[in-house]
Design a protein around this ligand. Sequence first.
Ligand SMILES: [Fe+2]
Length: 198
Amino acid sequence: MSRPDPTSLYSGNIVEFIGEIFERRGADSYLGEQVTMSEHMLQGAKLAEDAGADDHMIAAALLHDIGHYTNEFPEDALEKGINNHHDEAGAAVLAPFFPQVVTDCVKHHVAAKRYLCATDPSYFDRLSPASVHTLNLQGGPMSAEEARAFADNPNLDAIIQVRIWDEEGKVPGMQTPSFSHYAPVLQRVVDAHVRATG
Ligand SMILES: [Fe+2]
C-alpha cells in the first residue's frame, strides 16, 4: 500500500500550518529560560539572518524546536510519535517538506550540545543553567567514540551552527521580526524541496 501524500494531512500549506502554531502556542514558556518559545525560535532565525546565513539555515534555526509542538500535527503525520524526544519528533514532522540539511539540524540539535561539550572546552560555559540541567538528563557530554561517530555527519557544520544560535537565542527583550517575515523564507525552502523530490 502506498503512503498517503503527507501534504494532504494539512488543511492549508505547511508554512501556514507552522505559522498558526507560532501564533497559538508561541507564548508558551521555554522551560527554565527567560524567553517564550516563539521569542527563542525567532531569535535563532534573526541571528541566522544577521549572520548572512542562507534560507536553509534560517529555516533550521527557526524550526529547531518545532518538536515541542508535534501534538499539533495530525495524528498520522509520518512517523511522528515514534518517541517523545522533541529533536527527533521535530525532524520527523518536517521531513516531508524540508531537505535533509534542515531536518538534520533539527534532529541533532540536542546531540550537538553533547558533542560540543565533549569537544570544545569553552562551550560548556556558554550554556544557560536550564541547558546545563537538560544536558545531564540528555546523557551528558558525548564519549570520544560517540563524538567521532557524530562528526561523520556531512551536515556537521550546519548542525553545530544552529546549536550555537540555539544557545544565543535566549535573550529577554531582544527585538526580532515576526513569523510572517520568515514565512517566505520557509516557503522558498519547501517549494525547492518539493520540486527537487517531485
Ligand atoms: Fe532551542
